[in-house]
Design a protein around this ligand. Structure first.
Ligand SMILES: NC(=O)c1ccc[n+]([C@@H]2O[C@H](COP(=O)([O-])OP(=O)(O)OC[C@H]3O[C@@H](n4cnc5c(N)ncnc54)[C@H](OP(=O)(O)O)[C@@H]3O)[C@@H](O)[C@H]2O)c1
Length: 287
Protein backbone atom coordinates (compact mmCIF):
# COMPACT_ATOMS: atom_id res chain seq x y z
CA UNK A 1 0.00 0.00 0.00
CA UNK A 2 1.36 3.44 -0.88
CA UNK A 3 1.13 5.69 2.14
CA UNK A 4 0.00 9.30 1.86
CA UNK A 5 2.97 11.35 3.03
CA UNK A 6 1.89 14.55 4.77
CA UNK A 7 3.59 17.72 3.53
CA UNK A 8 3.68 19.61 6.84
CA UNK A 9 5.36 22.63 5.25
CA UNK A 10 2.60 23.10 2.68
CA UNK A 11 -0.09 22.55 5.27
CA UNK A 12 1.54 25.03 7.65
CA UNK A 13 1.53 27.59 4.82
CA UNK A 14 -2.21 27.04 4.47
CA UNK A 15 -2.76 27.63 8.21
CA UNK A 16 -0.52 30.69 8.09
CA UNK A 17 -2.43 32.13 5.15
CA UNK A 18 -5.57 31.91 7.33
CA UNK A 19 -3.61 33.62 10.13
CA UNK A 20 -2.58 36.45 7.77
CA UNK A 21 -6.19 37.09 6.78
CA UNK A 22 -7.35 37.17 10.42
CA UNK A 23 -4.38 39.32 11.52
CA UNK A 24 -5.15 41.85 8.78
CA UNK A 25 -8.83 41.97 9.71
CA UNK A 26 -7.86 42.47 13.36
CA UNK A 27 -5.49 45.31 12.49
CA UNK A 28 -8.15 47.00 10.35
CA UNK A 29 -10.70 46.75 13.15
CA UNK A 30 -8.51 47.72 16.12
CA UNK A 31 -5.69 49.80 14.64
CA UNK A 32 -2.90 47.53 15.83
CA UNK A 33 -1.42 44.14 15.01
CA UNK A 34 -1.95 41.12 17.26
CA UNK A 35 1.12 41.10 19.52
CA UNK A 36 3.21 38.04 20.37
CA UNK A 37 5.92 38.55 22.99
CA UNK A 38 8.48 35.86 23.76
CA UNK A 39 10.67 35.84 26.87
CA UNK A 40 14.03 34.11 26.47
CA UNK A 41 16.24 33.64 29.53
CA UNK A 42 19.89 32.76 28.94
CA UNK A 43 21.79 31.92 25.78
CA UNK A 44 20.93 28.30 24.97
CA UNK A 45 21.72 28.09 21.21
CA UNK A 46 18.69 25.92 20.31
CA UNK A 47 16.31 28.22 22.19
CA UNK A 48 17.86 31.26 20.45
CA UNK A 49 17.08 29.72 17.06
CA UNK A 50 13.53 28.80 18.10
CA UNK A 51 12.67 32.29 19.35
CA UNK A 52 14.22 33.99 16.32
CA UNK A 53 12.09 31.76 14.07
CA UNK A 54 8.97 32.62 16.04
CA UNK A 55 9.69 36.35 15.87
CA UNK A 56 10.32 36.22 12.11
CA UNK A 57 7.25 34.09 11.44
CA UNK A 58 5.09 36.47 13.49
CA UNK A 59 6.30 39.49 11.55
CA UNK A 60 5.88 37.73 8.21
CA UNK A 61 2.25 36.94 8.98
CA UNK A 62 1.23 40.45 10.08
CA UNK A 63 1.69 40.08 13.83
CA UNK A 64 3.85 42.29 16.03
CA UNK A 65 6.52 39.95 17.38
CA UNK A 66 9.02 40.88 20.03
CA UNK A 67 11.62 38.90 21.99
CA UNK A 68 12.65 39.96 25.50
CA UNK A 69 16.14 38.59 26.11
CA UNK A 70 17.08 38.25 29.78
CA UNK A 71 20.48 37.14 31.12
CA UNK A 72 21.00 33.54 32.32
CA UNK A 73 21.32 34.69 35.94
CA UNK A 74 17.94 36.47 35.95
CA UNK A 75 16.19 35.98 39.30
CA UNK A 76 12.76 34.44 39.72
CA UNK A 77 11.44 37.80 40.96
CA UNK A 78 12.73 39.69 37.91
CA UNK A 79 11.28 37.11 35.54
CA UNK A 80 7.89 37.16 37.28
CA UNK A 81 7.91 40.97 37.20
CA UNK A 82 8.54 40.82 33.42
CA UNK A 83 5.64 38.40 32.93
CA UNK A 84 3.36 40.66 34.98
CA UNK A 85 4.44 43.70 32.95
CA UNK A 86 3.48 41.90 29.71
CA UNK A 87 0.21 40.67 31.27
CA UNK A 88 -0.77 44.27 31.92
CA UNK A 89 0.17 45.64 28.49
CA UNK A 90 -3.03 45.88 26.45
CA UNK A 91 -1.20 45.72 23.10
CA UNK A 92 0.17 42.26 23.91
CA UNK A 93 -2.08 39.31 23.13
CA UNK A 94 0.26 36.34 23.42
CA UNK A 95 3.04 35.68 25.94
CA UNK A 96 5.38 32.75 25.58
CA UNK A 97 8.22 31.92 27.94
CA UNK A 98 10.73 29.82 26.04
CA UNK A 99 11.36 26.55 27.90
CA UNK A 100 13.47 25.06 29.33
CA UNK A 101 14.44 27.81 31.76
CA UNK A 102 17.82 27.81 33.53
CA UNK A 103 17.79 25.34 36.44
CA UNK A 104 17.54 27.93 39.24
CA UNK A 105 14.15 29.16 37.96
CA UNK A 106 10.78 27.63 38.84
CA UNK A 107 9.10 26.91 35.47
CA UNK A 108 5.71 26.02 36.92
CA UNK A 109 5.50 29.29 38.88
CA UNK A 110 6.42 31.23 35.74
CA UNK A 111 3.79 29.48 33.59
CA UNK A 112 1.22 30.01 36.35
CA UNK A 113 1.99 33.75 36.32
CA UNK A 114 1.05 34.19 32.64
CA UNK A 115 -2.47 35.57 32.20
CA UNK A 116 -4.48 32.56 30.90
CA UNK A 117 -6.02 34.63 28.09
CA UNK A 118 -2.48 35.40 26.82
CA UNK A 119 -1.06 31.89 27.33
CA UNK A 120 -0.50 31.01 23.66
CA UNK A 121 1.47 27.86 24.56
CA UNK A 122 -1.69 26.54 26.23
CA UNK A 123 0.23 25.36 29.29
CA UNK A 124 -1.49 27.36 32.03
CA UNK A 125 -3.62 25.18 34.35
CA UNK A 126 -6.73 27.20 33.38
CA UNK A 127 -6.23 26.32 29.69
CA UNK A 128 -5.35 22.71 30.54
CA UNK A 129 -8.57 22.54 32.57
CA UNK A 130 -10.65 24.00 29.75
CA UNK A 131 -9.25 21.32 27.44
CA UNK A 132 -10.12 18.56 29.92
CA UNK A 133 -13.63 20.02 30.18
CA UNK A 134 -13.96 20.09 26.38
CA UNK A 135 -14.36 23.88 26.42
CA UNK A 136 -12.85 26.52 24.20
CA UNK A 137 -9.50 27.94 25.32
CA UNK A 138 -5.92 28.30 24.17
CA UNK A 139 -4.64 24.82 23.40
CA UNK A 140 -1.04 23.61 23.05
CA UNK A 141 0.31 24.25 19.56
CA UNK A 142 1.86 20.90 18.59
CA UNK A 143 -1.24 18.86 19.49
CA UNK A 144 -3.44 21.36 17.61
CA UNK A 145 -1.14 20.93 14.61
CA UNK A 146 -1.49 17.15 14.79
CA UNK A 147 -5.28 17.38 14.86
CA UNK A 148 -5.26 19.71 11.85
CA UNK A 149 -3.06 17.20 9.99
CA UNK A 150 -5.62 14.46 10.65
CA UNK A 151 -8.43 16.72 9.48
CA UNK A 152 -6.62 17.72 6.29
CA UNK A 153 -5.76 14.07 5.58
CA UNK A 154 -9.45 13.20 5.84
CA UNK A 155 -8.92 10.99 8.90
CA UNK A 156 -11.96 11.03 11.20
CA UNK A 157 -10.87 9.69 14.62
CA UNK A 158 -14.48 8.81 15.58
CA UNK A 159 -14.74 5.16 16.59
CA UNK A 160 -11.07 4.50 15.81
CA UNK A 161 -8.55 3.09 18.25
CA UNK A 162 -5.76 5.57 18.87
CA UNK A 163 -2.57 5.24 20.85
CA UNK A 164 -0.53 8.21 22.03
CA UNK A 165 2.97 7.18 23.06
CA UNK A 166 4.16 9.81 25.57
CA UNK A 167 2.23 11.61 28.30
CA UNK A 168 3.86 15.03 28.61
CA UNK A 169 1.79 18.10 29.49
CA UNK A 170 3.06 19.75 26.32
CA UNK A 171 2.28 17.02 23.79
CA UNK A 172 1.07 13.54 24.84
CA UNK A 173 -1.74 14.36 27.27
CA UNK A 174 -3.31 17.18 25.22
CA UNK A 175 -3.25 15.13 22.01
CA UNK A 176 -4.91 12.24 23.84
CA UNK A 177 -7.66 14.60 25.07
CA UNK A 178 -8.17 16.08 21.62
CA UNK A 179 -8.48 12.62 20.07
CA UNK A 180 -10.97 11.67 22.79
CA UNK A 181 -12.94 14.83 22.02
CA UNK A 182 -13.15 13.57 18.42
CA UNK A 183 -14.55 10.27 19.73
CA UNK A 184 -11.50 8.06 19.30
CA UNK A 185 -10.92 5.29 21.83
CA UNK A 186 -7.61 6.39 23.25
CA UNK A 187 -4.75 4.54 24.94
CA UNK A 188 -1.98 6.63 26.51
CA UNK A 189 1.35 4.79 26.65
CA UNK A 190 4.49 5.83 28.55
CA UNK A 191 7.80 4.52 29.82
CA UNK A 192 6.14 1.97 32.13
CA UNK A 193 3.69 0.60 29.54
CA UNK A 194 3.94 -3.17 29.31
CA UNK A 195 4.26 -4.65 25.81
CA UNK A 196 4.17 -1.36 23.92
CA UNK A 197 4.52 -3.19 20.61
CA UNK A 198 1.24 -5.08 21.15
CA UNK A 199 -0.56 -1.90 22.23
CA UNK A 200 0.65 -0.06 19.12
CA UNK A 201 -0.47 -2.94 16.87
CA UNK A 202 -4.06 -2.52 18.09
CA UNK A 203 -4.20 1.11 16.98
CA UNK A 204 -5.70 2.67 13.85
CA UNK A 205 -4.02 6.00 14.74
CA UNK A 206 -0.53 6.08 16.26
CA UNK A 207 0.87 9.32 17.69
CA UNK A 208 4.48 9.09 18.83
CA UNK A 209 5.70 11.84 21.20
CA UNK A 210 8.53 10.22 23.09
CA UNK A 211 11.92 11.65 22.15
CA UNK A 212 13.53 8.25 21.36
CA UNK A 213 14.88 7.87 17.83
CA UNK A 214 12.95 5.33 15.72
CA UNK A 215 11.42 3.63 18.77
CA UNK A 216 8.27 2.56 16.91
CA UNK A 217 9.09 0.01 14.23
CA UNK A 218 7.18 -0.67 11.03
CA UNK A 219 6.53 -4.26 12.17
CA UNK A 220 4.63 -2.89 15.22
CA UNK A 221 2.00 -1.17 13.08
CA UNK A 222 -1.39 -2.43 12.05
CA UNK A 223 -1.45 -2.38 8.21
CA UNK A 224 -3.08 0.88 7.10
CA UNK A 225 -2.46 2.69 10.40
CA UNK A 226 -2.27 6.48 10.41
CA UNK A 227 1.08 7.56 11.87
CA UNK A 228 1.74 11.01 13.37
CA UNK A 229 5.37 11.33 14.41
CA UNK A 230 5.95 14.25 16.80
CA UNK A 231 9.48 13.24 17.80
CA UNK A 232 12.50 15.29 16.79
CA UNK A 233 15.78 13.52 17.52
CA UNK A 234 19.20 14.59 16.31
CA UNK A 235 21.55 11.69 15.61
CA UNK A 236 25.35 11.76 16.05
CA UNK A 237 25.78 12.37 12.29
CA UNK A 238 23.64 15.53 12.59
CA UNK A 239 20.57 14.10 10.82
CA UNK A 240 17.06 14.42 12.26
CA UNK A 241 14.79 11.43 12.80
CA UNK A 242 11.44 10.96 14.47
CA UNK A 243 10.23 8.52 17.11
CA UNK A 244 9.01 6.22 14.34
CA UNK A 245 11.26 4.27 11.96
CA UNK A 246 10.09 6.13 8.86
CA UNK A 247 11.60 3.81 6.23
CA UNK A 248 9.78 0.80 7.68
CA UNK A 249 6.57 2.58 8.67
CA UNK A 250 5.99 4.17 5.27
CA UNK A 251 5.61 0.66 3.84
CA UNK A 252 2.80 -0.24 6.27
CA UNK A 253 0.97 3.00 7.09
CA UNK A 254 -1.87 4.57 5.09
CA UNK A 255 -0.91 8.12 6.17
CA UNK A 256 2.39 9.21 7.71
CA UNK A 257 4.14 12.43 8.75
CA UNK A 258 7.86 12.63 7.91
CA UNK A 259 10.57 14.09 10.17
CA UNK A 260 11.56 16.77 9.40
CA UNK A 261 8.76 18.45 7.44
CA UNK A 262 5.74 16.85 9.12
CA UNK A 263 4.44 18.03 12.51
CA UNK A 264 7.27 20.55 13.13
CA UNK A 265 6.15 23.34 10.77
CA UNK A 266 2.58 23.02 12.07
CA UNK A 267 3.64 23.92 15.61
CA UNK A 268 4.74 27.44 14.75
CA UNK A 269 1.69 27.94 12.50
CA UNK A 270 -0.57 27.10 15.45
CA UNK A 271 1.38 29.40 17.76
CA UNK A 272 0.55 32.25 15.38
CA UNK A 273 -3.05 31.07 15.14
CA UNK A 274 -3.32 31.01 18.95
CA UNK A 275 -2.01 34.59 19.08
CA UNK A 276 -4.62 35.82 16.61
CA UNK A 277 -7.29 33.88 18.47
CA UNK A 278 -6.15 35.39 21.80
CA UNK A 279 -6.31 38.86 20.24
CA UNK A 280 -9.81 38.25 18.87
CA UNK A 281 -11.10 36.82 22.16
CA UNK A 282 -9.65 39.68 24.21
CA UNK A 283 -11.13 42.26 21.82
CA UNK A 284 -14.52 40.56 22.03
CA UNK A 285 -14.37 40.50 25.84
CA UNK A 286 -13.42 44.18 25.96
CA UNK A 287 -16.60 44.77 23.97
N1 LIG B 1 7.33 18.68 16.29
C1 LIG B 1 7.32 19.61 17.26
O1 LIG B 1 7.05 20.76 17.02
C2 LIG B 1 7.60 19.17 18.66
C3 LIG B 1 7.11 19.92 19.73
C4 LIG B 1 7.35 19.45 21.02
C5 LIG B 1 8.09 18.28 21.20
N2 LIG B 1 8.59 17.62 20.11
C6 LIG B 1 9.35 16.37 20.25
O2 LIG B 1 8.45 15.37 20.70
C7 LIG B 1 9.13 14.44 21.53
C8 LIG B 1 8.41 14.37 22.86
O3 LIG B 1 8.44 15.65 23.47
P1 LIG B 1 7.90 15.87 24.95
O4 LIG B 1 8.14 17.28 25.31
O5 LIG B 1 6.51 15.31 25.07
O6 LIG B 1 8.93 14.90 25.77
P2 LIG B 1 8.98 14.49 27.30
O7 LIG B 1 8.38 15.53 28.16
O8 LIG B 1 10.37 14.04 27.53
O9 LIG B 1 8.01 13.22 27.37
C9 LIG B 1 8.35 12.01 26.79
C10 LIG B 1 7.31 10.97 27.08
O10 LIG B 1 7.71 9.75 26.46
C11 LIG B 1 7.60 8.70 27.39
N3 LIG B 1 8.60 7.68 27.12
C12 LIG B 1 9.94 7.76 27.29
N4 LIG B 1 10.54 6.60 26.93
C13 LIG B 1 9.56 5.79 26.52
C14 LIG B 1 9.55 4.47 26.04
N5 LIG B 1 10.68 3.75 25.88
N6 LIG B 1 8.36 3.91 25.71
C15 LIG B 1 7.22 4.62 25.86
N7 LIG B 1 7.17 5.89 26.30
C16 LIG B 1 8.33 6.46 26.64
C17 LIG B 1 7.80 9.32 28.75
O11 LIG B 1 7.18 8.49 29.70
P3 LIG B 1 7.14 8.82 31.29
O12 LIG B 1 6.08 9.86 31.45
O13 LIG B 1 6.77 7.53 31.90
O14 LIG B 1 8.51 9.31 31.65
C18 LIG B 1 7.12 10.68 28.57
O15 LIG B 1 5.76 10.62 28.88
C19 LIG B 1 10.57 14.95 21.59
O16 LIG B 1 11.32 14.30 20.60
C20 LIG B 1 10.45 16.42 21.26
O17 LIG B 1 11.63 16.93 20.68
C21 LIG B 1 8.34 18.04 18.86
Amino acid sequence: MAATIIDGKALAQKVREEVRVRAKAFEEAFGRKPGLHVILVGDDPASQVYVRNKERAAEKDGLAGLVHRLPADTSQETLLAKVRELNEDDAIDGILVQLPLPKHLDELAVVDAIAPEKDVDGLHPVNAGLLVAGRDGLRPCTPSGCMRILEEAGVDPSGKRAIVVGRSILVGKPIALMLLEKNATVTIAHSRTADLEARVREADIVVAAVGKPELVRGSWLKPGAVVIDVGINRLADGSLVGDVHYGEAVEVASVITPVPGGVGPMTIAHLLENTVKAAELRARKAG
